[in-house]
Design a protein around this ligand. Structure first.
Ligand code: AHR
Length: 505
């Protein structure tokens, strides 16, 4: 059995964890809305047409924010189409996803859904085909109490109280040439600055996210961040990062090492933000919004066929990745990466939430089930609250195709406000269990109350409607506590959540 160790001390902390790192994303794409959260003919539908069975699974994620309505979709979207009497809302071609959008679910309906899901809306404005005027109007519509054209229209449309949307995205992936209304870094930076300025004139309490690069692989990565930030640094609070990984090469060790690359990505964007801040002699520090992240590759080939055969139909079953066990391990490591960077990553949205590259799957007219990736997200959101600790971890390493010295143990720890401790750990070893020794130093009187393990002998194992628990957490051994040292075994290829609480006298 391989050995690894971890030292934890209350005084070695990274910072407090912003709960919004456990956010998610619903785009008007595929069956995320229609057939996902909303299906009026479904036996569990409520009076507004939302599926209660889906809502129940969403609530369990304790998701503090949900990004909406896109994504690539937003760059061709007219927000005005999504309000007012439903029978008067236009159907439009969604040029991003080759679908027809009926606007049956719009801003009011989504705000109501979010309220029921105990989450806040993070709203993206269209800076692709539209600009400053549409952006300030939607802020006025959503957040101004009343007595102006757009706020009175909201009241007339049935919402007396403002929606109070606090977090706004200034467009989506504007660096990508696939984006409707794609821009250069300078064009985008100027527009983000002016749109942000007028949005804050309408409501000075809002926070803004500017588009960083669509991925670290973009040819313009780095230059994009620097140039656009030179134009809009003073106006915004966050820079976005997006990253999806895949294992098309069928190389599990390399796939599981992607979170190391993600960590580099975060550090690099932080460095660029701080470089621009220094260049401007600014006292302000920007934080990061990792507002799209996940595994995404399983559905790529299938999607091409669907679009070929069914272009412009409604709610095409696009981006329906079926996640396997190894995907859950990487998602676990990506969550650990956010906790390790809790001082600068304040928002993160798993892309997406239902059916579209999602932890929750549905069948139209049928059941709902948790994909493998649901579990690490749910458990991190449940227990990864409070303070992110800075553990000293020693682990054996391995080399993969493009990264050397990848730690076999990927682990971190959080401290709850009640003094409880949670360890999150991925054992990346393909074959061997690992004995982890945890030096608990100043944490006196704690004992392990739960060790939850996500493990499967087959990295390709999946959950289905008929067999929803194939990959789901089981109880692991509680380990041995000896004089402030915990020794606990982590199965090969596993995601572990080890919870310690104070022993009551
Ligand atoms: O999440 C799916 C898509 O990925 C989003 O619409 C886009 O922003 C990204 O490229």
């Amino acid at each position: 059995m391989k050995k690894a160790s971890m030292i934890l001390d209350k005084d070695f902390s990274i910072g407090s964890i912003d709960p919004r790192v456990y956010g998610s994303f619903i785009e008007h794409l595929g069956r995320a809305v229609y057939g996902g959260i909303y299906e009026p003919t479904h036996p569990t539908a409520d009076q507004n047409g939302f599926r209660r069975d889906v809502m129940e699974m969403v609530r369990k994620l304790r998701m503090p924010i949900v990004r909406y309505p896109g994504g690539n979709f937003v760059s061709g979207f007219r927000w005005e189409d999504s309000v007012g009497p439903r029978n008067q809302r236009p159907s439009r071609l969604d040029l991003a996803w080759y679908t027809t959008e009926t606007n049956e679910v719009g801003l009011h309906e989504f705000v109501d859904w979010a309220k029921q899901a105990n989450t806040e809306v993070m709203y993206a404005v269209n800076l692709g085909t539209r600009g400053v005027d549409a952006a300030r109007n939607v802020v006025e519509y959503a957040n101004h109490p009343s007595g102006s054209y757009w706020s009175d229209l909201r009241v007339q449309n049935g919402a007396k109280d403002p929606f109070g949307i606090k977090l706004w995205c200034l467009g989506n992936e504007m660096d990508g040439d696939w984006q409707i209304g794609h821009k250069s870094a300078y064009e985008y930076g100027r527009l983000a600055n002016e749109a942000g300025k007028v949005m804050k004139l309408v409501d000075s309490s809002i926070e803004l996210v500017a588009c960083g690069s669509s991925s670290r692989e973009m040819a313009t990565y780095g230059d994009w961040e620097y140039q656009m930030l030179m134009e809009c640094y003073d106006q915004i609070e966050y820079v976005s990062l997006h990253r999806y990984y895949g294992n098309a090469a069928n190389d599990t060790p390399a796939f599981l090492a992607r979170s190391v690359e993600m960590d580099m990505f975060i550090n690099e964007v932080v460095a660029i933000c701080d470089a621009v801040g220094a260049r401007k002699r600014s006292k302000k520090k920007l934080n990061l919004s990792f507002d799209e992240w996940n595994v995404w590759y399983h559905s790529n080939a299938q999607d091409k066929e669907i679009v070929k055969q069914d272009k412009w139909n409604r709610a095409l079953p696009l981006l329906e990745d079926i996640y396997n066990f190894e995907d859950a391990l990487l998602v676990g490591s990506m969550l650990i990466t956010f906790l390790r960077n809790a001082d600068r990553v304040k928002v993160a949205c798993l892309a997406q939430l239902v059916n579209v590259i999602a932890p929750i799957m549905t069948r139209n007219g049928g059941g709902v089930w948790a994909q493998t990736i649901y579990w690490p997200l749910m458990q991190a959101s449940m227990y990864g609250r409070g303070t992110a600790l800075r553990p000293v971890v020693q682990s054996p390493t391995y080399d993969c195709a493009d990264i050397e010295k990848v730690p076999l143990l990927d682990a971190t720890a959080t401290m709850g406000d009640d003094g409880s401790l949670t360890l999150f750990a991925v054992n990346r070893d393909m074959a061997e269990d690992m004995s982890l020794s945890v030096d608990l130093r100043a944490f006196e009187g704690l004992r392990v109350v739960e060790h939850s393990v996500l493990h499967h002998a087959d990295v390709n194992a999946i959950n289905t409607e008929a067999a929803p628990d194939t990959v789901s957490p089981t109880q692991g051994e509680l380990g041995q506590m000896d004089g402030g040292k915990l020794t606990i075994s982590l199965p090969y290829l596993s995601w572990n959540v080890i919870r310690l609480e104070k022993v009551r006298a």
